[in-house]
Design a protein around this ligand. Sequence first.
Ligand SMILES: O=C(O)CCC(=O)C(=O)O
Length: 286
Amino acid sequence: LKHQQKIFINPQLNEQFHKFGFVKVFLIDSIKTEDLQTFYNQNPHNSNFEFHSTHFSKDRVYKRKIQKKIIDTFQPALKNVLSNYEVIFGNFMVKQKGENSKMPLHADWTYVDENRYLSLGIWCPLVDTNEKNGMLGVIPYSHNFNQLFRGPKIPSVFNEYNQYIIEKYGVLIPMKAGEAIIYNHKLLHFSPENTTEQERVAVNIVATPENADIFHYANIDEKIHVYNASKSNFFVEYDHFEKPECNDFKVLEVINNESINLKIIEKTLEKRDKTFKEKLIELFSF
Ligand SMILES: O=C(O)CCC(=O)C(=O)O
């Protein structure tokens, strides 16, 4: 049933999304990307990491300001694309030049009960992205793996296969500033290093179904805590990798993320058509 859920207003996008686990759309024009870039330059995130996100900041006033700017900019555009989804969290993702700027393969955190609902990541670069400056790479069909508990310090079952999966199944999607990849949070994705002098700033947004409760799963002292994150600003109001200041949680004794082996990986990702990568790139080149 979940596979027929109406996520996008446009039926063709809806079909592509359920098939591949992501779609690419035009989202905001150059006036807005330039305005956001200027806003970011005036409110830069100071970090020694080559890849960093405003989400890592411990300055809550700063995080609230970023959140507001991103939501105000994207909310109207997303209303025209998504059906009954709301934006709950927004950040800048910044990639400086350097080997450590690469983002390893991962799927994003879990935000909703994925047995019933599906949450979305929206990744929108403020500059054109290509092989040199840290474009986004995706693993088509990887949203079909059943890894329902994802969050800070919860180990990924894919770790030992990361390189293999990227090499065999990874597709790098060229994007212009203001285009966005909208993906199922279960989708595995990654981004290579930025080899250019220009800092690459992108926006990442979390959107959830309007009627879904929001949860946050985190490994706290080797136990999985499930927080009720439905109150507004849960994600802005706590520090990355720290224990959330929220007493509304349950402790799970076991994480029943399905175990993974090569056979399951190939069965889920392998497509008979060996040219599927080229076809996908063509499909999303517009
Ligand atoms: O900004 C990037 O290069 C990677 C973004 C990413 O992986 C994410 O937002 O989860």
